[in-house]
Design a protein around this ligand. Structure first.
Ligand SMILES: [Zn+2]
Length: 119
């Protein structure tokens, strides 16, 4: 991948990272009570532990995405961006366009998901 493309993806990733961090910040600032009543509006279950779990899962999801982006940015620095972390093959550009923080090719991602190591 050439430098121009790397720069392009870097910009997208940095922007996405900012959005996710802001989102994460909002999630923490709202506090548990707020999250609880919010979640209860959307799910038809008066179980606060379920609601709290949902909130945690959302935060975990964002944290995971930020982690992926950090790895992708690190790969850009090493000029290895677009190469699968697992098998070393090129990740198809269509996939990178749809998901710039993808660090695995589709085959490896499927494998990892099947093993249950990736959320
Ligand atoms: Zn792979």
């Amino acid at each position: 991948m050439n430098k121009k493309k790397l720069e392009h993806y870097k910009e997208i990733l940095l922007e996405r990272r900012l959005e996710l961090s802001a989102d994460l910040q909002r999630q923490s600032e709202r506090g548990l009570d707020q999250d609880r009543s919010d979640a209860m509006d959307t799910i038809d279950q008066a179980d606060s532990s379920v609601a709290a779990d949902l909130n945690l899962t959302r935060r975990e999801m964002i944290t995971q995405q930020i982690r992926d982006i950090d790895i992708a940015l690190e790969k850009i620095k090493r000029e290895e961006f677009g190469v699968c972390e697992s098998c070393g093959e090129d990740i198809p550009e269509g996939r990178l366009k749809a998901r710039p923080n993808a660090i695995y090719c589709i085959q490896c991602k499927d494998e990892i998901e099947k093993r249950g190591n990736l959320k």
